[in-house]
Design a protein around this ligand. Sequence first.
Ligand SMILES: *Cc1c(COP(=O)(O)O)cnc(C)c1O
Length: 372
Amino acid sequence: MVNKVPFIDLTRTEPGFFEQVTHRHREIVKNCQFVGGPLIEAAEKGIAADIQVPHVISCANGTDAIQLALRAKGIGSGDIVFVPDLTFWATLEAVVNVGAEPAVIDVDPNNLHMSLEIIQKASKIKKPKAIILVHLYGWVAPETLAIRQWCKSQNIVLLEDCAQAYGAKINNESVFTGADICTISFYPAKVLGACGEAGAVTCQDENTAKIVRSLSNHGRYSHYEYQYIGWNSRMGTLEAAFVLESLPHIKARIDSRQKIIEYYRRTLNQLPMKILSPEKSVTENGYLSLFRVNQSERPKFVEYLKQKDIGHGVVYPSPLSNQPMVKDRIHKLSDVNNTLSICSEIISLPCFAYMRPEEAEYVVQAVKEFWS
Ligand SMILES: *Cc1c(COP(=O)(O)O)cnc(C)c1O
């Protein structure tokens, strides 16, 4: 009998998976090959083939990936960079860390992502040198193709933060394939997680790839010769081996997540709780199940889920611009009413790879009971 369901459980993996990882890890420890070498290259090649992109450069984490990508594209001191007000803190942090100035903008009330209209309006007030389009929730921003095209025509750097979007597609094509430059996080709780901190930058152009790689390795061009002031942002081989062993299973993991979300959509559609789905052109990776619950009901709903031992998430409880410490350090080019309203209503139910049907059923029964 199921009587509790966690929000996420990372220990659910394929039979034999941990043994294979342990075997690889034993070899790494035995040979003391902790940094660099063929495993890093193999992981990068494996990822590149999986998401259909020419260049993958591994790095220490998803936040560094954004900083590396911005630096490689020449974004720095005084440059204006648009970021959605609805994203993880790291998106904004990375902009500040490279010396640029974040301008937060609102998201579309229906698809929860940046829209071309909102971007164009804001850019009339202050033209950005770069825009970070964040594909949140394992979805892809539905206007991605139009935004890419417009940015190109305006000579604006478009960086796509795909930390949550590994495996997501638009028009049946990997989100990475048509993007100029993207960043990934392999934080363990992401869809493709490592056994520790790790990240990557993906790009189309070989020269950009070379700059990213050099920046992530102290700005080196040979062992003791440096062309940039970079830093140490290399991925470790233990993490690379874990990612490499995960790749053959990623499709099954995504399928499993998608099935849970589909089940929620099928069974929870008659309730006073709104089920959120990406637009038809988008294939989500199942990172998060998303619902909107009236602001006045959400605290009671959360309390109820706790009583039932059901995990939940609120991604995110407030806009970035509400954090007191950035209030005076960001440009605010529009109101962010849509973001505010999403933050006050959004909620996610448990969803992770290999969550069991009985667990999903327990969640659904409990949620139905709450609204009955
Ligand atoms: C997780 C995440 C990051 C940061 O990745 P780390 O690997 O934790 O540094 C950046 N942006 C978004 C949208 C994220 O979800």
